[in-house]
Design a protein around this ligand. Structure first.
Ligand SMILES: [Zn+2]
Length: 420
């Protein structure tokens, strides 16, 4: 594949250090808009904005890349507007690397309270899958794609693998994801098998369309395509998905990396990530989709995931829930009204450097907008830094000690209790 500017079109991953006895590793992802040192947490800007925080603040707090959502940007403002703006990064004044999630999850999980409706005969459903029967059906899956209604105005739309690739090429993120069907843990085994095959066929179509668009849109920097692995809680399906997608090659186009997706229950997260990473090629990066709790991040890193994204740090911040070394706390608790000290003394974020917990607690009570801004900066920094520290600890050979120390304190409780 010939690109107009080889120097700025590099996408590569190199592994630096392995975490002994595990699949965990540190490394570097190179994109046309810069490098990402991994493991890394990627802040989420669903609609090309991290809610309440300027992109400059995300850079200042150490965010190496941002992840936006193709479904949301397709509906608003529309991919052609983002394309005309020069792509997602230019549009939102974020000079670094960008990701877009394919929208597969969003088209299928539209709107809280609406579950997906599957275009299949009803006798294969379990009772918990005959979904929202009295409610309006917002998404229908068939072998060719998904038809769905906009959550904004109810208008009807259709995503196919080809449409998702066209949308994501116009959005122009450095790393884009294949269109997949995201199943839930409640789907039957039979459904998971059929769905996995559908996702595999969609992955092939994504590669073909991605190859076509890449050779056509030579005025744009190279975009890396990640295949998304499903298979729910089944070992054979997860391993099969990893083997199948890493073997795909459509006229010289193969996946540049992989998204570890779908239903992942907390209890088995590490095991499921390990199954997939054992099958995946070592020289390609792996993104664990939608994971951001501290213990889950340690588990993901230890089992071979390189990058992570999650809306939780910013979403929780807006409800005044903030991270500290001693666990998550809520600033609405009256004990913060007189905490004339930072949220966390050990935090180096802009918020903790300049403001007290008492002041931010007041801002939340007074419903001042800047409350969410300050809390979001803190939470995003806390999680970005935590994963940065995991990376450093892999390099120093101290990952397991760091994990034990951090999780012991974060989940066990106060430093006083630790001391005794
Ligand atoms: Zn802070």
């Amino acid at each position: 594949m010939v690109h107009n500017n080889q120097a700025t079109n590099v996408f590569a991953f190199r592994e630096e250090r392995q975490l002994e006895g595990t699949l965990g590793r540190s490394g570097v992802i190179s994109t046309p808009h810069g490098e990402i040192a991994t493991p890394a947490f990627i802040p989420v800007g669903t609609k090309a904005a991290i809610k309440g925080v300027l992109p400059e603040a995300i850079k200042d707090l150490g965010g190496q890349a941002v992840l936006a959502n193709a479904y949301h940007l397709y509906l608003q403002p529309g991919p052609e507007i983002v394309d005309e703006a020069g792509g997602l990064g230019s549009f939102m004044n974020w000079p670094g690397p960008t990701f877009t999630d394919s929208g597969g999850f969003q088209v299928l999980s539209l709107g809280v309270g609406f579950k997906k409706v599957i275009a299949m005969d009803t006798q294969t459903f379990r009772s918990d899958e005959v979904i929202a029967e009295k409610k309006e059906r917002l998404a229908h899956v068939d072998d060719d794609g998904v038809t769905f209604k906009s959550h904004l105005d109810g208008s009807l739309h259709r995503f196919t693998p080809e449409v998702s690739m066209q949308v994501q090429h116009r959005l122009g993120a450095d790393i884009i994801f294949a269109f997949d069907e995201c199943t839930t843990l409640h789907n039957t085994r039979g459904y998971q098998e059929r769905s996995l095959e559908r996702t595999r066929l969609w992955a092939k179509r994504c590669l073909v369309e991605h190859g076509r668009l890449t050779s056509e849109r030579t005025h744009r920097p190279y975009q890396a395509l990640f295949g998304v692995l499903q298979g729910a809680q089944y070992e054979d399906l997860r391993r099969k998905a990893a083997r199948d997608l890493s073997a795909l090659n459509e006229d010289g186009t193969s996946f540049d990396g992989f998204g570890l997706g779908g239903a992942l229950d907390k209890e088995n997260l590490g095991t499921i990530v390990r199954w997939m990473c054992e099958e995946l090629p070592q020289n390609k990066p792996r993104h664990l989709l939608g994971i951001g709790e501290p213990d889950d991040l340690f588990t993901g890193v230890e089992n071979g995931a390189d990058t992570f994204d999650c809306v939780a740090p910013s979403r929780q911040a807006r409800t005044s829930a903030v991270f500290t070394r001693d666990g998550r706390v809520n600033l609405s608790n009256s004990r913060y009204q007189r905490q004339f000290a930072p949220i966390d003394e050990a935090c180096d974020c802009y918020t903790c450097t300049n403001y007290t917990a008492a002041y931010i607690a007041h801002l939340f009570r007074a419903k001042e907008m800047v409350a969410a801004t300050l809390a979001t900066i803190h939470n995003e920094r806390f999680i970005v830094r935590l994963v940065d520290q995991m990376r450093e600890s892999i390099k120093n050979g101290e990952f397991l000690e760091f994990k034990r120390e951090f999780l012991g304190r974060f989940y066990v409780g106060s430093p006083k209790r630790q001391a005794t």
